[in-house]
Each structure stands twice: as structure tokens, then as C-alpha cells.
Design a protein around this ligand. Sequence first.
Ligand code: HEM
Length: 378
Amino acid sequence: MATNAYVWCAGAEQGLDTIPAPLSTLAHAAGRLLGIAPIATHYTVDMFNWNLRDPSLPPLADNIDILHSFTGTPDETWFYAVTTEIEYRGGVSLQHMLSAIEAAAKKDSAGVTAALHGVSASIEASQAALHRMHEHLDPDVFYNQIRIFLAGWRNNPNLPNGVVYAGVDHEQPQHYFGASAAQSPAIAALDVFLGVRHGTAGDASTAVEDPDKKTEVHYLQAMRHYMVERHRAFLSQLAIEREVLQHFLPESSQAARDAYAGVAAALKAFRDEHLRIVARFIINPARSTSCPPLFVSCLQPPVNATSLKSQKPNKHATKSRTKNKFVSCLFRAYPALVDSKVKGDGGPAERGTGGTELVQFLKDVRQDGYQRALSTLN
Ligand code: HEM
């Protein structure tokens, strides 16, 4: 988190392109230890960044305290707390997945059915947790403050040449995506369990990062590099173990097959909820001329992190400049989409409203995941 706090401390458009050695060597060492990129990730802000308020109770959002925060806002705490609860729910879901595989190995249809119902129930609980995001997370605070610090330096027009980590990597600029729950091993595990390989070139079990392949599929695969090594290894193993279930399903009971389809439907419903969240916290604020996130730093002198909360948009900005900023700022927020859609398409200006492609990306993942999961039943 310190790397991101340093790079973005002067605002989104004043990203610093060199991390000084005392910080970069630490980030690098921590990254190597965990097998993870030396930048703020889903792990650093969520999974490794919490404490129980009451240790006798489970890690549900209301019982989670956050250790480190970029903005110090209660909104940021809640954002991470909800996300961490979803990882916890993902852990419960994993136990049911493994039970389903064990039951399949014993050709126990009733056991498979019960375990699959457990997986669905965990996903539904995750969806309910996600739905609570709005309770204490203000879209304006998320969009204009928190999100700035989560940005990375890969395909980011604010730092087109990446960032140098002084004293490491031969001081060659490094390009890393920002923190995103797309790095969640819990959600990735569900896709792997359902045998989903997004797109055509993707293998759900492997982590392939090929910067020359500009597709969403490769973005999701690249996200595997932002998971700790043992989780990547677990996903690979899960892809192998699930084959037992795959082979058993055709000869299992109708109830077991229905339960399997139920898991696919529950994951799709989770992604429906996620799309609503994205509309509320990204698309709507981005469309609102009253809260342009990155425009603020375009139009005003650099500010430090602590003053971000008091930033107000410059109302004197011209309409056309605002429109251009809207499009470019929105795309700046989504390196995946810059990667896959903008390059070679003539740039964002040709693409109509900025939010369309983002929503399309998430819809594609949702629909692709659902159809592929069901196709494994055939
Ligand atoms: C305010 C809350 C949230 C917002 C605004 C948000 C936004 C986004 C955006 C813009 C993407 C597109 C890819 C990217 O930029 O990385 C994305 C992808 C994704 N997000 Fe979220 N997200 C939120 C919360 C969550 C939570 C709590 C989870 C669950 C742990 C989650 C799981 C995912 C996953 C798994 C993807 C990859 C696409 C997929 O598998 O459907 N997100 N999110």
C-alpha cells in the first residue's frame, strides 16, 4: 500500500514515476516472499489488512476492522470489510466444493447434491454481503478518493512509461495493474470449480500474462499473477480435482445435476449484483459532471492525499473539455479495457459513452461463465 500511497500522493494525474529505494526494496522483498507483484493488490488492501473486532465472532463485515487505509475514511474501511467478508464466504464455499468432489469420488449423489447446495448458499451469502456495500460506502468518496490510490501503472495514461523501482529490477520501468477484486481467489475458484475457461484462449487453471494479447480473458488470467503463489497453485490443483465431479455428473442423480446448475446460476446472480455495484460506484459518478474524479487533478494544482477529501470540481471547466476528460478518465480507471478495446480502435473518443465497454466486459464474463458452466453438464 505504501507504494501506491507514494505514487499517487499528489493526485491521479501527478503520479510519481520513481519509487525511492527504501520503499521499492521493501515492496520488492515482500512481493518475492509472497510471489506477488510489488504493488497494492486485493491481498494487501483486503485479505492481509484486517482484524476482528470481536475475536469470538466470524469475519463478517460488521466485525472487521481495517489495519491500513489510504484515506482514513470509514467508507474505505467498509469497502475492504465487505470485500474481506466475501473472501471468508469464499473459504466456506471452498469447503463445500471439496466435499462435492469427495462425494463424487464415492459416487454419492446425495452427498454431491448437499455439498453443491452448500456452495450455492455461500455464493448467495456473498451476494448479500456485496449488496451491503452501499450502506457505508459513498459513491463519491469511492470514485473521487479511494479509487485513485488503487490504480496501477500498467496501461495507465497517467504513467504511460510505468514506474521505476529504484535499486531493483535494474531500474527498468515496471508495469503493474492496480488493485482489483478481480484478483480474488475466491471468485476465481468458483470459475475453476465449474470448469469455466473464459473466452476461447483461456485455461482457468493457469496464469498466463501476455501483454501482446489484448483481451479481457488475458486480463483475468493476468490477475492470477496478483494472487499469492500458494493460491495460484491451489487453483491449478482444483482444476485437476474437479474432473472427478465432472466425470460423475452424467451418471449422478437429476437432483445433483440441478444443484450443479444452481451453483452456476448463483454465480451469475452474484455477477448481476456486481454489475449493479459497478453502475452505482463507477458508471454513475463518472457520468455525473459534479464529481469528476481525475478531472480534479487535471484542472487544479497537485494536492496531497490528506486534502483529497476537500477537493471540489472546477466548475469553470469547459463542456467539451469535461466530455473529453470524462471519456479519458473513465478509461484510465480500467486498464483492462484500455488494453482490450481502446488500442487499435482509434481511441476512446470513437467509442461513444465511456461506460459501455466496461459494462460489456463484465456482462461478457458473467454470460460466458454461466454458459460454459452449464455446458460442462452436457
Ligand atoms: C465498490 C465496489 C466494487 C467496484 C466499484 C468494482 C468494480 C470492478 C471493475 C471496474 C471491474 C473490471 C475489471 C477491473 O477493473 O479490475 C471488476 C471486476 C471484478 N470484480 Fe469488482 N468491484 C467492486 C467490488 C467487488 C467485490 C467486493 C468483489 C468480490 C470479491 C468483486 C469481484 C470482482 C471480480 C471477480 C472481477 C472480475 C470479473 C468477474 O469475474 O466477474 N468486486 N470490479
